[in-house]
Design a protein around this ligand. Structure first.
Ligand code: NI
Length: 262
């Protein structure tokens, strides 16, 4: 009983404590970027984000895409390479938006001019835009400075169109020489599921090949320049949902700490 009295606070003390709590909480919120610093990419990238462009981007509506918690549910990343394309990429974005499904786009730098609105829309919807080089060379055939040029020019175009800096590089064809070919600071990212959509050009084959191979933590390689691939996406999403696999972006997958799941 004595202990109980010892710790009972006078009402006025409670008020003071509450006021201090509010002040501390406000300070923490105001300095949130100090408490939770964002990782800086400035030291590893030649082209820091264009802050002027960033400030003009409207904030994506929170309901644009679903954001499942990969620590709780098994996740997969659908990635689309070789775009953007005015017709097929637009159709894919319509489809993903309607299903609130996030995806990652590995774009080619030379395709961005004239398609800035597509990249801007990707970002506004909550998609990720990453680097697939300027014009799809086999990087193992290029000199190191030519590789860096392929990467940097594409980074510049992505930043110009979206105000966001890429974090991942996917070498065309997966062609890479470990320890030899530079990444210019980007994370090298390939895939574990390849339905060979570029070869089959057939909706049913793409669906079958994807769903038969995908597992928790998978990164699926698709191409948003083939109409048959876009046709396959609704059934792929149905199949993932039936198996309890939640699509997320690559960054969400790679930071989820559940690679591979289970
Ligand atoms: Ni490619």
């Amino acid at each position: 009983m004595r202990a109980k009295h010892r710790y009972r606070a006078h009402p006025s003390r409670l008020l003071v404590t509450a006021l201090i709590g509010v002040v501390v909480a406000s300070g923490a919120a105001a300095s949130g970027w100090i408490l939770f610093p964002k990782p800086t990419t400035a030291s590893t990238h030649a082209n820091p984000p264009d802050t002027a462009s960033t400030s003009t981007l409207p904030t994506p509506p929170p309901e644009a895409v679903a954001r499942p918690d990969c620590r709780v549910v098994p996740c997969v990343a659908l990635t689309f390479d070789d775009g953007p394309d005015r017709v097929t990429t637009s159709r894919l974005l319509d489809l993903l938006e309607a299903r609130r499904t996030p995806a990652t786009f590995f774009v080619l730098g030379h395709r961005i001019a004239g398609n800035e609105d597509l990249l801007s829309r990707m970002v506004h919807l909550g998609m990720e835009v990453e680097n697939h080089t300027w014009d799809h060379p086999n990087l193992t055939h290029l000199a190191p400075d030519a590789v860096v040029d392929q990467i940097r020019r594409t980074n510049e175009e992505i930043v110009r169109a979206t105000g966001r800096h890429p974090e991942h590089l996917r070498p065309p064809g997966g062609n890479w020489s470990p320890g030899v070919t530079p990444t210019d600071g980007l994370t090298l990212t390939t895939w574990d599921v390849d339905p060979r959509d570029w070869f089959h050009r057939n909706r049913a084959a793409v669906v079958q090949n994807t769903l038969s191979a995908v597992q928790p933590g998978s990164i699926v390689l698709l191409h948003d320049i083939h109409p048959s691939t876009i046709d396959a996406v609704p059934e792929i999403l149905d199949g993932l949902e039936a198996r309890g696999l939640a699509p997320v972006t690559l960054r969400e997958l790679s930071t989820s700490g559940t690679l591979p799941h289970e």
